[in-house]
Design a binder for this molecule. Structure first.
Ligand code: PLP
Length: 404
């Protein structure tokens, strides 16, 4: 239980020096890549303590990203349900419209301090690619984004954004021509070019040090929210809620509340239902296993390979989640639960109509869960991390689910 686990030195002790959160995490990769990851770990531990790096990151957060982002009290939405007060932390107001820029700015600044010329990544729906292209443009580094040919056709606006900001979008035509092939192509490129570049992972996943580094860069969201909420209301929220795909927005947000008497909920996408292939709820329905270089819980097919996954939110359809989430679940600090497509779309419209805030469909899962808690609990306060804005989803929602 949460009471028994001692969080006093949590951020010093987790992950351990090999990148483990309890049994989860690590770096299960070829020796050559391991050497590259060790170089990044070393550099990170040195650079992130330097006052120059810290000052530069602070300045960028304030004057480029627009941090701190505010907290908004959703009075109309709360009243429409009952007596529970729902608040949202506005990562949708972060420059480029989502929380992803928090870790991309950190990763690319690190690359610059390491003397690298280029950053590399894969992208599926294009959100990570756009955030990384934004950061690379700001710091004047080259940026290679690997993307499946099928995804390039589907995500024309994001491809245009990346190209306008000067990124090279490299079309991957192997296999099914989607995210999995893009990951393979990007890793192959990194293995060839690691001396000149770093691979920027898009969530708290992948080999050590990425789950730790991405959490650290995202933790600004949780620490800001903790102090802002106290200042606004004189107390802490009773519960905090965030959606979990790979788990970066949730990990950063939860970091601010781990040691407090606050209930923490991570929300996974149930998509169309509980059958394998219809959802992406890896913490809820998955089992322990290694994929993409780390040990965590994952959804497996009958051959033990990563299973196909689905969610209306393309940012949430990943067959695993970060190792730290698997750990928080194992020690009972965070409760993980699910929201299906339909409830997420209801919440998308509820927040839009009641508050004039159009949330990303990913974030709508967290809003839906807060609404569910509010119906059940009758009193108290809930703070939701609104990970991104929904402009990118408007056409898709209307075409697929209709105007509600
Ligand atoms: C990518 C994305 C997510 C999911 O990523 P996490 O690493 O789980 O945070 C959630 N919300 C938005 C708006 C996204 O773009």
């Amino acid at each position: 239980m949460a009471e028994k686990f001692d969080f006093t030195n949590y951020f010093k002790e987790y992950p351990d020096e090999n990148g483990f959160f309890g049994p989860y995490g690590g770096a299960y990769i070829e020796p050559e890549l391991k050497a590259a990851m060790d170089e990044i770990t070393q550099a990170y531990f040195t650079i992130c303590k330097s006052s120059k790096f810290i000052a530069e990151l602070r300045e960028i957060r304030k004057n480029f990203q627009g941090r701190p982002t505010p907290i908004t009290y959703c009075e109309n939405l709360s009243r429409s349900i009952g007596d529970v007060q729902i608040y949202v932390k506005r990562e949708d107001l972060n420059h480029s419209g989502a929380h992803k820029l928090n870790h991309c700015m950190g990763e690319v600044l690190l690359a610059k301090y390491m003397g690298k010329k280029k950053v590399i990544a894969e992208t599926g729906a294009g959100q990570h690619g756009v955030a990384l292209a934004t950061a690379a443009a700001h710091f004047g580094l080259e940026c290679d984004i690997y993307m499946g040919a099928v995804d390039i056709k589907k995500q024309a606006p994001n491809v245009a954004r990346m190209k306008i900001m000067g990124a090279n979008v490299i079309e991957v035509t192997d296999g099914l021509q989607t995210l999995k092939e893009a990951v393979d192509a990007a890793f192959a490129a990194y293995t060839r070019e690691y001396k000149d570049c770093i691979y920027c992972i898009g969530s708290v996943v992948g080999p050590h040090p990425f789950p730790m580094m991405v959490r650290d860069f995202q933790s600004v969201v949780g620490f800001e929210a903790h102090d802002q909420f106290l200042e606004m209301t004189g107390e802490l929220p009773d519960a905090v809620v965030a959606c979990v795909g790979g788990g970066s927005n949730a990990a950063g947000f939860f970091s601010g509340f781990l040691t407090d008497p606050v209930k923490i909920y991570g929300v996974e996408p149930l998509g169309r239902g509980t059958n394998l292939g219809d959802h992406a709820a890896s913490l809820t329905y998955g089992e322990e296993g290694v994929m993409h270089g780390f040990n965590s819980v994952m959804l497996k097919d009958e051959n033990g390979e990563p299973a196909p996954v689905y969610s209306c939110a393309s940012g949430l359809d990943y067959p695993s989640s970060g190792p730290e989430h698997a750990f928080w679940k194992s020690i009972d600090r965070v409760q993980y639960d699910v929201i299906d497509d339909d409830a997420a779309i209801d919440a998308f419209y509820a927040l839009s109509k009641n508050e004039g805030i159009i949330p990303a469909v990913e974030s709508s899962h967290a809003v839906a869960y807060a609404m569910k808690l509010a119906r059940e609990q009758k009193h108290g306060s809930i703070l939701v991390n609104l990970s991104g804005r929904g402009d990118k989803d408007m056409d898709y929602v209307i075409d697929t689910f209709g105007l509600r």
